[in-house]
Design a protein around this ligand. Structure first.
Ligand SMILES: Nc1ncnc2c1ncn2[C@@H]1O[C@H](COP(=O)(O)OP(=O)(O)OP(=O)(O)O)[C@@H](O)[C@H]1O
Ligand SMILES: Nc1nc2c(ncn2[C@@H]2O[C@H](COP(=O)(O)O)[C@@H](O)[C@H]2O)c(=O)[nH]1
Length: 203
């Protein structure tokens, strides 16, 4: 049993997992974000080491060869990977939870390695709304939006693999749902059993 809550957030691009992750991390200070590596170019406002570790393909391939990744995948034409060091960092910092913002391929690999990981799949309320959000974000050109939108069907096909589904329609409700899931997982009996046992020892 893993003391650390391993929370995977997955969704088609633009459904809102970054927005929901930020809210979760603002509210649960003992959770941390797993900063992935990517070959994607930084968006305006993104900082190396905060949103991602931005690397080129050669460096990424070297990291794969060196066994640095707990999982990695090609998503929308770029490489993305979760470093094992991120999980080690969370443990070393005494965090109680870590959030992985990964695609379904990454989710599958994390679950295969870390059996206690919990998967949350975020659904858009409709495909029209998903397209509006992707276009409205303004971070990708038209071709990249099309590519991400086309991949959305394939992502959604994998919803059955996840433990929880959250429909991100009303943002406040979706935020509360994701926070609620993280809190519930943090309060699993086996995670808090040592506290109960300590109390019993004082009898
Ligand atoms: N419930 C919501 N209602 C309306 N707009 C929303 C809602 N949730 C998120 N958005 C907006 O939709 C856009 C996409 O959200 P976000 O970047 O969080 O998606 P994402 O799933 O992380 O995408 P990607 O996988 O591409 O990183 C953003 O502009 C965000 O502000
Ligand atoms: N398998 C992994 N997927 C990842 C990782 N980090 C992010 N992602 C996923 O990529 C897409 C696109 O992200 P964007 O920031 O370019 O919009 C999205 O589905 C992310 O969840 C990772 O380490 N591994």
């Amino acid at each position: 049993m893993d003391d650390l809550v391993l929370l995977i957030l997955c969704s088609p691009s633009g459904a809102g997992k970054t927005t929901l992750t930020r809210h979760l991390l603002d509210n649960l200070k003992d959770f941390t974000f797993s900063v992935s590596h990517t070959t994607r170019r930084p968006r305006a406002g993104e900082q190396d080491g905060r949103e991602y570790h931005f690397v080129d393909r050669v460096r990424f391939q070297t990291l794969i060869a060196e066994g640095e990744f707990a999982e990695w995948a090609e998503v929308h034409g770029n490489l993305y990977g979760t470093s094992v060091r991120e999980i080690e960092r969370a443990r070393a910092e005494g965090k109680r939870g870590i959030v992985f913002d990964v695609d379904y391929q990454g989710a599958r690999q994390i679950k295969a390695k870390l059996r206690d990981a919990i998967g949350v799949f975020v659904l858009p309320p409709s495909m029209d709304e998903l397209r509006r959000r992707l276009e409205g974000r303004g971070t990708e050109d038209a071709a990249a939006v099309e590519r991400r939108f086309a991949n959305a069907w394939h992502e959604i096909e994998h919803y059955g693999f996840f433990d929880y589904l959250v429909v991100n329609d009303d943002l406040d409700r979706a935020k509360a749902a994701v926070l609620g899931i993280a809190l519930a997982e943090r309060h699993r009996r086996w995670r808090l059993a040592p506290t109960a046992e300590l109390l019993l020892k004082a009898r």
